[in-house]
Design a protein around this ligand. Sequence first.
Ligand SMILES: Cc1cc2nc3c(=O)[nH]c(=O)nc-3n(C[C@H](O)[C@H](O)[C@H](O)COP(=O)(O)OP(=O)(O)OC[C@H]3O[C@@H](n4cnc5c(N)ncnc54)[C@H](O)[C@@H]3O)c2cc1C
Length: 363
Amino acid sequence: MRVLICGGGVIGASIAYFLSRRGVAATVVERTGLACAASGKAGGFLALDWCDGTPLEPLARRSFALHDQLAAEIGGDWGYRRLTTYGGSTGLGRRSKFHGIGWLSSGVAVRQHLGSTATTAQVHPERFTAAMMRAAQAQGAELRLGKVTGVVRRKSGAAVAGVEVEGEVVEGDAVVIAMGPWAILAADWLPLPAVFGLKGHSLVFETGGQVPAEALFLECREANGTLQTPELFPRADGTTYVCAISSESPLPIDPARVTPDPGALERLQAMCSELSPVLAAARIVARQACYRPITRDGLPLIGQVTGVEGAYIATGHSVWGILNAPATGEAMAELIVDGAAPSTDLSAFDPARLPPFRGRLSP
Ligand SMILES: Cc1cc2nc3c(=O)[nH]c(=O)nc-3n(C[C@H](O)[C@H](O)[C@H](O)COP(=O)(O)OP(=O)(O)OC[C@H]3O[C@@H](n4cnc5c(N)ncnc54)[C@H](O)[C@@H]3O)c2cc1C
């Protein structure tokens, strides 16, 4: 059996890892570069129980456990570590600093304990994706650079025969669409629900040893009065990642053409300087934007595509794609090989729950 995975983000790499672990030949076809999009530019924050009470609960809990297992199972360092997590606010007139976060400005009130080292953790998402792909390759998987331009069907039309990569047919027994927000393009090839992209901006600061392993979720007002919710994740490699400022600017068809909105990173930098003198003085090592993949009901699409044998989709993980990648990969491998996924109940993520996208895609 050969499985063709379209898209080399964290979801595609995780599916390749779990398929190849079961001895299945998996090829990831990636248009631009492994983890070039959200999977390389996300925060990498993981939480055991923040999806509790929602349909994501089993996926998130299984994934949190798998992140821990993978750190022990696969060689390589992707900055996996447990964290303490706090919540707070600034510019809202409250000045009490309950948790004594010394590296923040005095106007930041840190009042909530949101997670402990038992319930919150982090990875460097680009390195995690690369490590999963490397481990998959060590088990026989392939990574191929190329733009998927279509899904090829058998004569009957009822089953897949492979994918078209820039005019060349690559044969396979199963095809997985794992193209993040670009899965919308695959709605031209298969009956798939719409997937959208929501843009986010981030900066990475070189902070050395000045910032402890404590993640922060803050609320603050920009000078123009807009309420923002910056997320700050100090990483094991001596950098600190900060993201905020979402925007609905349109997704470019080419992932290489994703750029920050004009002025957004300057606003984010000004916010960071207000939040912490350490950030104000630190060198910035990355200025970036990326799109998280979202669906109409906010839940991912993980499962078989109705009416086309051998066609699958795994995307729409929104803000939890790094957390939920391992359990998605594990369940997809089970589904493709055995026809059912006992590790995680995927029924809430069945792509058939949403109508196929029938809109026109602009060229
Ligand atoms: C600012 C921000 C912060 C985030 N922070 C976190 C966090 O802390 N924790 C968390 O769990 N999640 C976080 N996320 C969410 C997470 O990043 C995403 O859910 C996840 O990366 C999606 O992975 P993916 O593999 O589905 O998609 P992508 O990473 O978008 O990968 C899709 C891949 O498909 C490729 N592709 C596109 N078209 C084609 C084609 N025609 N042929 C071949 N390949 C193609 C692209 O080049 C790309 O590499 C964050 C997201 C954002 C935007």
